[in-house]
Design a binder for this molecule. Structure first.
Ligand code: CA
Length: 227
């Protein structure tokens, strides 16, 4: 199936040109001609990549990027004008994958699109929500829900929970958790793992009166749904 690309560009001539060229390369192309329409399409359809102009009517490209990134890790390539250096920097900081400065050679944009799409394929399955019992962790949205409750977790708690759910029904040793969640270069007390397990238990097991996080004495921890 053809990969779908959304072009958000207010200069109709450029948008048409891109649609033609990308279509020629075998992509399925959709267009939006202002920020509001672009955001609307981006949030309500499944695309594989977005080409996003920065200077747009109604909602500018940076704001569109910010809103998309709250929901999705989709590859985004910014189109910038020569004098938009700051916007380019802000855009990359906010999670754009790449940028290209106008005027550009179409071959260069095509190469960047291929690279960004390839990178997306190499990423682990980010879009798949991780579940155990009624607990759901969404890596894309960076959210954790229990039934319809949104849980407030710190980044570290989230990473720890994510590791446990990715390895559900498998015991993780304290050392493994330290390496995977805190990183090899963590220096400090290994009790930090127990402390964070306690935080997670108070926010999940205790709060919802279930037992998901189990201690394997002398070894480590495991998450499993016993129901
Ligand atoms: Ca523009």
């Amino acid at each position: 199936m053809a990969q779908k690309i959304l072009i958000i560009e207010d200069e109709i001539k450029i948008a048409r040109f891109l649609e033609l060229e990308l279509g020629h390369e075998g992509y399925a192309v959709d267009q939006a001609h202002d920020g509001r329409e672009g955001l609307n399409k981006a949030l309500n359809n499944q695309y594989d990549l977005i080409v996003l102009d920065i200077m747009l009517p109604f909602v500018n490209g940076i704001e569109v990027l910010r809103k998309i990134r709250q929901n999705s890790e989709i590859p985004i390539i910014l189109l910038t004008a020569k004098d938009e250096v700051m916007d380019k920097v802000i855009g990359l900081d906010m999670g754009a994958d790449d940028y290209i400065t106008k005027p550009f050679a179409i071959e260069e944009l095509l190469a960047r699109i291929r690279t960004a799409l390839k990178r997306k394929l190499q990423k682990p399955e980010l879009t798949k929500a991780l579940e155990i019992g009624s607990l759901k962790l969404d890596p894309d949205k960076h959210s954790v829900t229990y039934e319809n409750d949104l849980l407030e977790l710190t980044k570290r708690e989230f990473d720890l929970l994510r590791h446990l759910i990715e390895n559900k029904n498998i015991v993780s040793t304290r050392d493994r958790l330290l390496e995977e969640v805190w990183g090899y270069d963590y220096v400090g007390d290994t009790n930090i793992v127990d402390v964070y397990i306690r935080y997670l238990r108070s926010k999940i097991d205790d709060k919802y009166n279930m037992k998901l996080i189990h201690t394997i004495r002398g070894v480590g921890y495991i998450i499993k749904d016993e129901n």
